[in-house]
Design a protein around this ligand. Structure first.
Ligand SMILES: [Zn+2]
Length: 483
């Protein structure tokens, strides 16, 4: 056997949210056995490595279920605008990133995620020409990734009906979107070389959002999701503006558009989903769609508050995401869980409040279920993958042992995490990252950053030309009552 952790507190996250005091045995990539026992009464088992767990809480690894790695180099760029205006900036900055920047952005994000207990992330990835650079970087880190390159062939100014001067329209439209055939070829190649690599990398279909995809592009999604058994991950109804134009552009709105494309099923996960009507959220829940809640960016970009309490009431699977670095958050799942709890109490009836344990389930089981891996990840159970977070309870949040879920969600920052493993492989031990040279990554980002920032101004100047027209559209709609 490879590893025995003795005398630990094991937070299994299984059906009964059982907390076991005992020992955990890991054989290669999987959990081999769990032995409940009194302190000091551990089983006599030989293992290559034996670890004293008497000061440890062991938690299943968490999934950051909606995230954009490219944004890790954009901290401190524009972050004081609502979604539709902010998007112009993040796209402009993002296009200035080169392969080396993307590789480093991936590693920066993995550093933050490992240090906050994340063993798997879903990277909704817009700069698809740089997919290979990102995937190579992920492979080095050893983290699990659901990599969802974005598909989009409808520009925002069309859907949002922004009236632009001809000169600006011509400039924007001179850059043609990738065709459906091109995307089919792209995905086929990616699947061939990367899907299932090391049992850690999965390729997902990543339609940017239903309004940003033509019927034909969504049809490609459906074809590939069936023929290649692929999952589909998309943004959905993030803002009021999207709801407004979605209802005016498609007879049954943006949810109707996904339905007509044949994408509403258990393979689909939708990030944000803030502006769903009740019958839509009931229908999506019924069809097994996973909702991914992103409390930080919903607040920072003024998008609104998702009806997470109702999602749970309808029995939907819910996962949690941190979204982009440049809308106000490091990729810290403890912070995300805490924000989710707080956001759904502020100004809401008590009946829809969510509890700390609810968010812990979203971060563990919910994320695993989104990826169709609920039978092998998200819990500490015999036969499950050894994706584990080791938390040192000799820290202030745990001095008095009362309700561990509440203590983890409301008081943990990530500082108490000692170690983390994915499939039995240490990615962090004694607080030191194993697969990433953290200092080298930081130094490399510092060295490259001035060149990167020098490349941004022309694209940002173009955004400043666009901004008044988008603002005019945004302001006229934000005054309308639509629900
Ligand atoms: Zn997003």
């Amino acid at each position: 056997m490879d590893l025995l952790i003795k005398n630990a507190t094991i937070f299994t996250m299984d059906e009964k949210e059982e907390m076991i005091k005992g020992s955990l045995l890991i054989d290669r990539t999987k959990i081999k056995a769990i032995f409940p026992h009194a302190l000091g009464d551990e089983p006599n088992i030989q293992a290559r490595e034996i670890m004293d767990g008497s000061s440890l809480i062991i938690l299943p690894g968490m999934t950051n279920a909606h995230y954009h790695s490219y944004s890790n180099l954009l901290k401190g760029t524009e972050s004081s605008l609502p979604l539709e205006l902010w998007s112009l900036y993040t796209v402009a900055y993002g296009h200035s990133l080169q392969d080396e920047d993307i590789a480093l952005a991936v590693q920066l994000g993995v550093i933050e995620q490992i240090r906050s207990g994340v063993t798997c992330c879903i990277d909704h990835f817009p700069h698809i020409a740089r997919a290979e650079a990102a995937l190579k970087s992920y492979e080095q880190t050893g983290i699990r990734v659901g990599f969802a390159p974005m598909m989009h062939d409808v520009p925002d100014h069309h859907f949002l009906r922004v009236q632009l001067p001809n000169k600006i329209t011509e400039r924007i439209e001179a850059v043609r979107p990738k065709s459906v055939d091109w995307m089919r070829e792209f995905y086929t190649t990616l699947l061939k070389y990367w899907n299932g690599k090391n049992n850690k990398i999965r390729i997902l279909l990543g339609p940017n959002a239903p309004q940003r995809c033509s019927k034909e592009m969504l049809s490609l999604c459906k074809d590939l999701s069936i023929s290649e058994k692929m999952l589909v991950h998309t943004h959905l109804l993030e803002s009021k503006v999207q709801k407004y134009w979605g209802d005016r552009s498609f007879s049954k709105g943006l949810v109707g558009k996904l339905n007509e494309a044949g994408l509403l099923n258990e393979r689909l996960s939708t990030a944000h989903s803030v502006w769903l009507e009740e019958q839509e959220l009931a229908a999506l829940s019924e069809k097994g769609v996973t909702f991914v809640h992103n409390p930080a960016s919903n607040m920072m970009l003024g998008s609104g508050r998702a009806a997470v309490g109702k999602w749970l009431k309808y029995g939907a699977n819910v996962a949690l995401g941190t979204d982009s670095s440049n809308c106000g958050i490091s990729h810290n799942m403890f912070e995300t869980m805490r924000l989710a709890v707080m956001l759904h109490r502020y100004g809401n009836e008590e009946e829809v409040w969510i509890k700390p344990i609810d968010t812990l389930k979203m971060a563990t089981i919910g994320g695993a279920k989104l990826l169709g891996e609920a039978d092998c990840r998200g819990k500490i159970k015999v036969g499950y993958e050894a994706d584990l977070v080791l938390i040192n309870k000799a820290h202030t949040p745990y001095c008095v042992e009362t309700d561990l879920a509440t203590q983890l969600v409301l008081y943990e920052s990530g500082h108490s995490i000692e170690a983390l493993m994915v499939a039995g492989e240490w990615l962090m031990k004694d607080k030191k990252l194993i697969t990433i040279d953290e200092q080298k990554v930081i130094t490399s980002v510092q060295e490259r950053s001035s060149e990167f920032l020098k490349r941004c101004p022309p694209a940002v100047r173009e955004v400043e030309e666009l901004l008044p027209y988008f603002r005019e559209m945004y302001e006229s709609i934000s005054k309308e009552a639509i629900l």
